[in-house]
Design a protein around this ligand. Structure first.
Ligand SMILES: [Zn+2]
Length: 240
């Protein structure tokens, strides 16, 4: 192992940097890759990932050559609604079935939903209170809609099913072959059409465990307007 060579290598290595580029913050990251990549996101802005053998100037020239594309991406992000990020303070607004609810430990307003607590509660405590309220209400709602839709779909001769709720990151619902339907607790935030379309989707999976044409035929029969409701859920899922 040649120590001198190693130190020269370190001295020559490009370092990551943040710089201003045409009034935008640009960050350059050197990494193991073969080509320059430009990534535009709401969280990180414009990020340029550059192979170690490419110079800073070459990277910036590349960015300049892509400026129209970058500006288009930035505009798209600016027009997109901001995702709802709760901070769990008393008085914060949450949605339930598409209606605003303000969680508070005291009733100050007609939309206030009073939970046990006090001014001294920290956000962890408030989060636990709000979440447990949601879990309870969501399960009641999901069971009621599940019964309703089983009744509506009685001609389908569905096998037995039962509903559970769980907080999930990436999906609104899942259906197991044993008839267990798990719905995302957060689904209860959205208007009832959004809740219904997910429940009907999972009920159709009791008969068809894939997204084949037959599956969508079942959806068309059970809930002819399912596409609109799906679209509404997609649209609102960024807001609530
Ligand atoms: Zn599915």
């Amino acid at each position: 192992m040649d120590g001198k060579w190693a130190s020269v290598r370190v001295a020559n290595r490009m370092t990551d940097e943040a710089l201003a580029w045409k009034s935008e913050e640009l960050s350059i990251k050197y990494c193991r890759r073969k080509t320059i990549g430009i990534y535009v996101s709401a969280e990180k802005g414009v990020e340029v990932r550059v192979p170690h053998f490419v110079s800073r100037q070459e990277a910036l020239n590349f960015v300049d050559s892509k400026q129209d594309w970058i500006h288009k991406q930035l505009l798209n992000i600016a027009e997109r609604p901001v995702r709802f990020e709760p901070t769990y303070q008393w008085g914060e607004v949450f949605y339930f079935l598409g209606e605003k609810q303000r969680f508070h430990h005291q009733a100050l307003d007609a939309v206030d939903l009073v939970l046990p607590g006090s001014d001294q509660d920290d956000s962890d405590r408030i989060e636990r209170r709000v979440q447990s309220w949601f879990r309870e209400q969501a399960l009641l709602l999901f069971n009621e809609r599940h019964e309703h839709w089983r009744e509506q779909m009685r001609g389908f001769e569905l096998p037995e099913s039962e509903v559970q709720q769980r907080s999930m990151k990436r999906r609104w619902g899942t259906c197991r072959k044993n008839g267990k339907i798990i719905l995302n607790t957060h689904l209860a935030r959205y208007p009832i059409n959004c809740v219904d379309v997910v429940i009907v989707h999972e009920l159709c999976h009791l008969l068809e465990f894939n997204h084949s044409r037959h599956f969508y035929n079942l959806m068309d029969q059970a809930l002819p307007s399912w596409k609109e409701h799906d679209a509404m859920l997609n649209r609102l899922s960024l807001l609530y």
